[in-house]
Design a protein around this ligand. Structure first.
Ligand SMILES: Cc1cc2nc3c(=O)[nH]c(=O)nc-3n(C[C@H](O)[C@H](O)[C@H](O)COP(=O)(O)OP(=O)(O)OC[C@H]3O[C@@H](n4cnc5c(N)ncnc54)[C@H](O)[C@@H]3O)c2cc1C
Length: 400
């Protein structure tokens, strides 16, 4: 069992507990009863009035089932997916009979809007839980299998990291990678593969993974969107926080995932209010949660391709031909880096040539570490390998 510490397991006063209960409905539960399963589009916040509930990571090809959290009387079970809309990757069941209150996603949204005191406590707990889930047994729930020399695998890892998904990277060229490939009957041509409790995604891409997890754009019936923001770097995230907190129906889209360039920064020291610095991933991760707390929806990967302003409503067309209508739009697409005018640059980008602008990257270049690096080449990790060599070693990756 993972012990999370106080922030993830806050102690609520009787008065706070009663306020929380008012958003839910009571249910008597027997030992063994399933409170939420894996692969469900949404889940309830569960208040344990009496008895006990456990959160379980299902058995995988490489590991037995594991209990990742235990919730006793006066504690609530729930995960950050309540806010992000991510499908469940863990299950919750009753380990000691008693009574629970279930707060539905709609009532949870209402609670976030109406009770700043409780919403603060719950949000801090959900973020702390996600940090621990990413570092512990729960990270085995999503396994990404591929080669560090594959641009496709790198795109998946970038997406998973930016989305702060609990996940495990498994390099194919290791005994563990080979064993996992055998266990899920994945051939070299299938890579990269993502294994979740409910699916094995072959030729996985961020878009397919997002669709599987419920994180891609999904039209929602209801009033016209007030605001669509394209680009979820610091600027887009700030626009989403202010738009949603003013009560605007806000949708934030990103071609990759929330975070933008800032997510790549290991330490930002000049951001107002963070006297001792903060990593870019943490800064933008917090901003994304803040925006979602106010009701903004975030969808990625969703790349805007065209804007039609000839109608009363703005029409934003995505690269997958989805059209989104809105009253207003903010474009916060940041910088695009110019590449060197070299033949076959595109072939090696993300598969031997990488962009890095932080101190750690600079030190790596100076120290000359990294296999096969050529002078002046931003190459990490593993150095550059020609397409033909890659094709010979790993036929699947030649497509990437
Ligand atoms: C390694 C590194 C370290 C840094 N360190 C610091 C620092 O310490 N201090 C500091 O002040 N600044 C730092 N910066 C710079 C800082 O990160 C940028 O100034 C900041 O991220 C710009 O924010 P932005 O929101 O305008 O754009 P970006 O962060 O570039 O975000 C733009 C977003 O738009 C998305 N996008 C682009 N086109 C589309 C489209 N068509 N459809 C949908 N989405 C799209 C992109 O995927 C991206 O996520 C650093 C940058 C890097 C790379």
């Amino acid at each position: 069992m993972t012990y999370y510490g106080d922030e993830a397991f806050p102690a609520l006063s009787d008065e706070q507990w009663a306020r929380l209960q008012a958003y839910g409905s009571a249910q008597e539960v027997e030992s063994g009863a399933l409170l939420s399963g894996v692969g469900e589009a949404t889940h309830d916040l569960i208040l344990v009035d009496s008895g006990e509930a456990v959160v379980v990571r299902a058995a995988t090809a490489r590991a037995a089932e594991a209990v990742v959290a235990r919730f006793g009387t006066g504690q609530f079970a729930g995960e950050l997916g309540l806010l992000t809309g991510q499908a469940t990757y863990l299950s919750a069941r009753v380990s000691k009979p008693g009574q629970v209150h279930r707060i539905s996603p709609v009532s949870f949204r209402q609670l976030m809007d109406e009770d700043p005191d409780l919403s603060d406590v719950i949000l801090r707990a959900l973020m702390a839980r996600r940090r621990h889930l990413r570092a512990g047994e729960a990270a085995r729930s999503i396994e990404i299998l591929g080669s560090e020399m594959s641009a496709g695998a790198l795109a998946l890892r970038t997406y998973a990291a930016r989305q702060q998904l609990p996940h495990t990277w498994v390099e194919i060229d290791t005994p563990a990678g080979a064993a996992l490939a055998r266990a899920v009957a994945a051939a070299g041509a299938d890579l990269p593969v993502v294994i979740t409790p409910t699916a094995v995604l072959r030729h996985a891409t961020p878009a397919r993974l997002a669709g599987h997890l419920g994180l891609s754009y999904q039209p929602v019936a209801g009033p016209l969107l007030d605001l669509v923001i394209v680009g979820a770097g610091p600027a887009g995230l700030a626009a989403a926080v202010y738009g949603a907190s003013e009560g605007l129906q806000t949708l934030l889209l990103d071609a990759v995932a929330a975070g933008g360039q800032a997510a790549a920064s290991s330490r930002i020291e000049n951001y107002l209010g963070f006297t001792s610095g903060i990593s870019g991933a943490e800064l933008t991760g917090r901003a994304a949660v803040q925006a979602q707390k106010f009701g903004a929806r975030i969808a990625s990967p969703s790349q805007a391709a065209r804007l039609d302003t000839t109608h009363e409503r703005l029409r934003i067309m995505l690269t997958d031909d989805t059209t989104i209508e809105a009253r207003a739009m903010v474009i916060a697409t940041g910088a695009r880096y110019r590449s060197l005018p070299l033949d076959r640059w595109a072939e090696f980008e993300g598969a031997g040539i990488y962009f890095r602008g932080d101190r750690a990257g600079g030190q790596g270049l100076r120290s000359g570490s990294g296999r096969g690096r050529r002078r002046g080449e931003l190459s990490w990790p593993g150095g550059a390998v020609s397409r033909r060599t890659r094709q010979r070693r790993h036929p699947d990756r030649a497509r990437q």
